[in-house]
Write a protein that binds this ligand. Structure first.
Ligand code: AGP
Length: 587
């Protein structure tokens, strides 16, 4: 998630902006920038970590600052925020996605605007400029621009010569305002200003605010079309709770970020992806290895590779890999997936591969982890910190990267990126409040069950395994997944009246998996369908879009939400399940 902090008050803004960004580092980012407003608007932007960036102190009691996680547009200084208008008089910072930015940008270019970045966010600065060119004052121009934006967002805006700071929030992106005696701190996260004040106003979706240097804040709600007041609360939560950004648990926060983390996973240097593909093409045998969810990503990846690239790969649990060591050569490729990059079983397997001279490619989330140093080539997942023990956003990012490699191997890279980028809205909807409310109804039916079974075929089998892991590790309900075709080879003996079974349906093998579901239904089972269409056999239907080879990214999301709701109903802490650790550093 991008980090946003602003300041307007009686003191110099610079130290508050830099200090606020430092508090937001935990959210993860790849570039940062600040804008100070004095007689001139002064913008400083850089790629890298704040510890490597030295912003120059500058004058000005009004300013905005931002840490960026790339979604639209690669990691670069031009794409870092703040973004400005043509005349460098207006600066904005933005968190969220402008879904209709292409149309808006084309219209603005037709009206003579020149863009410096590839981002969707820069459109906002030019929109405000365009409305001011048409005679609107800064505040009205800001509101008019907001009316044209589609998508959820948090935005701050300042303008040369204006003694005010504007901001707005719509949808799921958080925006709050710290109120101190000597200044006002709008931010995406209370942590940014907790050091300076515990007084906060939480803005609601549709709220637009104007803060001026008389220390006043006026709030207007676009949906209600009128001025509104919001209470000044006192921040009593701990720093850890503050990092939840208003969510009850990290698990919910992190699974809700997947619309953006999927886009961030796509942000890879094409050259690096193609180089790994070349290694795969010339390898004598390729192994995908991982543990737990990362192993399930390997399995999903192996199906995706066979489907898209017509390439067979070996998928092996890292803890079982030592039994394959004798078959490794200096021409073997081992692709090791680990979000932590510290899992002992994975590192043991990597060491075995390196002993045999094999090439190791790492797919990792945590920068600086051991696996990043042991790998001959790397793809970073860019998911940001995942603080819940369960893998949610890191799992889908792993599958995204597997699909990217498969598309590149099949010379369908551009087509694949487009398909992956198109998942954003589907994922946004699957993590919406209404979907959560719907899945809570299912959790009410399941939370007191002793057993839940899950079945799928091909890609959906990998999803069934991952969904079973999510349910069992967070709710402690015994959840077990089977390949649909395996039921009659034993598992059917488990089915009794009312036994719940989750069935993952995809167009490619719909008839077969529904036939497997019938084997369960006819023995009294309760059928929960994860499917694009309602089927007569379903007792409960979870509607998901058909995403073909990308089904493992889409179909797992309602299962993550269901697992979360089951844990909450059972009075458990989803973030810290018993007996488990976020990184299993012992083998
Ligand atoms: C998944 O929810 C669990 N946290 C666990 O299975 C995890 O995927 C496994 O321990 C591997 O972790 P890694 O990706 O950090 O290697």
């Amino acid at each position: 998630m991008c980090g946003i902090i602003g300041y307007i008050g009686l003191k110099q803004a610079f130290p508050y902006l830099v200090g606020g960004l430092e508090q937001l580092e935990y959210r993860g980012y790849d570039s940062a920038g600040i804008a100070l407003c004095a007689d001139e608007l002064r913008i400083q932007k850089a790629v890298g970590k704040l510890s490597e960036i030295s912003f120059e102190a500058g004058e000005g009691t009004i300013g905005i600052a931002h840490t960026r996680w790339a979604t639209h547009g690669k990691v670069s200084i031009e794409n870092a925020h703040p973004h400005t208008d043509c005349g460098n008089e207006i600066a904005i910072v933005h968190n969220g996605i402008v879904e209709n930015y292409r149309e808006l940008k084309a219209c603005l270019i037709e009206n003579g605007h020149t863009f410096r970045s590839e981002t969707d966010s820069e459109t906002i600065a030019h929109l405000i400029e365009e409305f001011m060119k048409r005679g609107f004052e800064f505040e009205d121009a800001f509101r008019n621009a907001l009316r044209l934006l589609e998508g959820s967002y948090t935005i701050l805006a300042i303008r040369k010569g204006e003694r005010k700071l504007l901001g707005a929030r719509k949808g799921s992106r958080s925006l709050c305002i710290g109120i101190a005696a000597d200044g006002i701190f709008p931010s995406s996260d209370v942590l940014a200003f907790l050091e300076w004040t515990d007084k906060v106003i939480y803005l609601r979706s549709g709220d637009v605010f104007v803060a001026d240097d008389n220390q006043t804040v006026r709030i207007y709600n676009m949906a209600e079309g009128r001025a509104v007041t919001r209470p000044v609360d006192c921040i009593t939560c701990s720093t850890e709770d503050a990092k939840k950004c208003g969510f009850d648990h990290f698990m919910l926060k992190e699974l809700s970020e997947q619309d953006e983390t999927v886009l961030r996973a796509i942000q890879q240097e094409e050259e690096g992806v193609r180089s790994i593909c070349d290694t795969m093409r010339h390898a004598f045998g390729t192994f995908f290895i991982g543990c737990g969810s990362s192993y399930h990503a390997c399995l999903a990846g192996s199906y995706i590779f066979s489907k898209i690239a017509k390439v067979h790969v070996n998928t092996v649990l890292a803890s079982e890999f030592e039994h394959y060591e004798d078959f490794l050569t200096d021409n073997t490729l081992v692709l090791a997936i680990s979000q932590s990059g510290e899992t002992a079983d994975v590192l043991d397997a990597v060491n075995a591969a390196k002993r045999r001279g094999s090439t190791v490619v790492g797919i990792v989330n945590r920068e600086g982890s051991i696996l990043t140093r042991e790998s001959d080539a790397l793809l970073m997942m860019n998911s940001g910190l995942e603080l819940c023990v369960l893998s949610t956003k890191t799992y889908t990012s792993q599958v995204v990267l597997m699909a990217m490699l498969a598309y590149a191997l099949a010379d369908k890279y551009e087509e694949g990126l487009k398909k992956l980028g198109g998942l954003y809205l589907d994922i946004f909807n699957l993590t919406s409040r209404s979907m959560r409310d719907y899945l809570e109804q299912l959790a009410e039916l399941l939370y007191d069950k002793d057993h839940i079974y899950l079945i799928g075929r091909e890609l959906q089998y990998a999803t069934a395994l991952e969904a079973a892991l999510k349910i069992k590790e967070v709710s402690y309900i015994h959840a077990e997944a089977f390949a649909g075709g395996e039921l009659k080879h034993g598992p059917l003996a488990l089915i009794e009246e009312g036994t719940p079974c989750i069935v993952f349906v995809a167009a490619e093998n719909k008839a077969k998996i529904l036939s497997n579901a019938e084997e369960i239904k006819s023995r009294g089972g309760y059928i929960i369908g994860v499917a694009p269409e309602r089927e007569a056999i379903f007792d409960f239907w979870i509607k998901v879009p058909e995403a073909e080879e990308l089904n493992p990214i889409i179909q797992i999301i309602p299962m993550q939400v269901l697992a979360y709701e089951l844990a909450v109903l059972r009075g458990l802490d989803p973030d810290k399940p018993r007996n488990l650790a976020k990184s299993v550093t012992v083998s």
